[in-house]
Design a protein around this ligand. Sequence first.
Ligand SMILES: Cc1cc2nc3c(=O)[nH]c(=O)nc-3n(C[C@H](O)[C@H](O)[C@H](O)COP(=O)(O)O)c2cc1C
Length: 128
Amino acid sequence: MESLLYISQSCIPPSDAAAVIGSIVATSVEQNSARGLTGALLFTGTHFVDELMAKVLDDPRHNNLLVVTRECVAKRRFSDLSMAYFGPSQFVSRHVKRLLNDPSPVEKRRGAEWLTELLREFSSAKCR
Ligand SMILES: Cc1cc2nc3c(=O)[nH]c(=O)nc-3n(C[C@H](O)[C@H](O)[C@H](O)COP(=O)(O)O)c2cc1C
């Protein structure tokens, strides 16, 4: 199973963000469960942090994509959720921007650990 963690810049006008992201999440929940995919999406106000799949990468509603990690995993990270959505969270924005400014292997590894842990914590809080 492939797991992909990426950061992308939102192309959605801020005033439309709630509605457009609502529709992305609705589509994702439907399609991901139909395809047996799981994922977690976070919105900082300007960027998305997403853990998911290849075809989403071509969507014109985001660009300047930075793939933080792409790896094979034995186990799903977000097993119960076809798409967990958290946001908008300005709080994460500073860390995301730092990673985008310095996407060196060391920073990517550090960022991947931090973001994966954050998404995991948010998902478990959401399930309670
Ligand atoms: C940041 C972002 C994350 C997305 N995540 C998903 C996802 O997890 N699952 C999904 O089916 N579509 C996701 N989409 C939407 C897809 O790119 C695509 O528009 C949608 O799956 C409909 O595809 P279709 O017209 O081929 O059915 C996402 C889009 C964006 C901008």
